[in-house]
Design a protein around this ligand. Structure first.
Ligand code: MLT
Length: 264
């Protein structure tokens, strides 16, 4: 099992060109896109369709009027002024995606980095949306699938590397290395040791260094700083750092929609 980490958004165009037919791609946008998508699925959303641009989201809604429009620019919900007249139904805060709002709904979402990273990895055999909220469930399904190649994609913040994504990717590397499961007490001896690229080793070591106080490490990140400065969004940061709140695997399927994967 060869494991590598895409650390910056600048590497996404090259990822799109790569032959990933025997690879699993795991996309992290801890603050906040993938955390939000996992929360929405846990709260009963039927599917999330990640798109890169606002016009794409509007076009989907035109085709399917019962779709919920979701997304952010500069961290806040997309408004009529940005969309040519339509206020989006939801922003990108996981705390907005309550069962009352999303149960049974299909949501089209456009965010600055997360949805682009998901689109860039879409050519892989398996594409998963991951976060700290569902890290253990994601590790379990990867152990079970044992793909030859695993590409962990850090979505980033604007054009920069996002520390919180690297920490989550590093935590997953550590779990795959140890062969540990969600509860951490059951270690599955690995038949074939995991081979880490340098970027994966960097992520793993960054996580090992920070794991005793992840919140302190993430608090200084560019996007955490931005969210902590917005009163109605500051609670998103501790929310997204909760570990294994949801025993759920989120998979991007061939039709471009992310759905909860039946893992049991
Ligand atoms: C993104 O996709 O860039 C982030 O999720 C944005 C955010 O939620 O702040």
């Amino acid at each position: 099992m060869n494991i590598e980490v895409i650390l910056t958004p600048a590497e996404l165009p090259a990822l799109k060109q790569r032959a990933l037919s025997n690879a699993a791609c795991v996309v992290f946008d801890v603050l906040r896109a993938t955390s939000t998508f996992v929360t929405a699925l846990q709260n009963g959303a039927r599917a999330i369709v990640p798109v890169s641009e606002i016009p794409e989201a509007l076009a989907r809604r035109q085709q399917q009027p019962d779709l919920l429009l979701a997304g952010e620019r500069d961290g806040v919900r997309i408004r009529a002024a940005q969309s040519g007249g339509i206020d989006f139904d939801l922003g990108n805060s996981p705390r907005e995606y309550t069962p009352e709002k999303v149960r049974g709904q299909t949501i089209v979402s456009t965010t600055t980095n997360g949805t682009r990273a998901l689109r860039a990895g879409a050519g892989a055999k398996t594409v998963l949306a991951a976060s700290f909220l569902n890290l253990g469930a994601t590790a379990d399904v990867l152990q079970r699938l044992s793909p030859a190649q695993i590409v962990l994609v850090c979505a980033g913040t604007r054009e920069h590397t996002a520390l919180e994504d690297v920490l989550a990717a590093g935590a997953l590397c550590e779990m795959l290395e140890a062969g540990s499961s969600r509860s951490g007490d059951r270690t599955v001896p690995r038949a074939v040791p995991a081979q880490f690229s340098d970027s994966a080793e960097m992520a793993r070591r960054t996580y090992l260094q920070a794991r005793s106080d992840l919140a302190a490490a993430v608090r200084i990140s560019e996007n955490a700083q931005r969210l902590l400065a917005i009163p109605e969004l500051r609670d998103d940061v501790p929310f997204c750092l909760q570990r294994d709140l949801f025993p759920l695997v989120a998979r991007l399927e061939a039709d471009g929609a992310i759905r909860a994967l039946a893992t049991a």
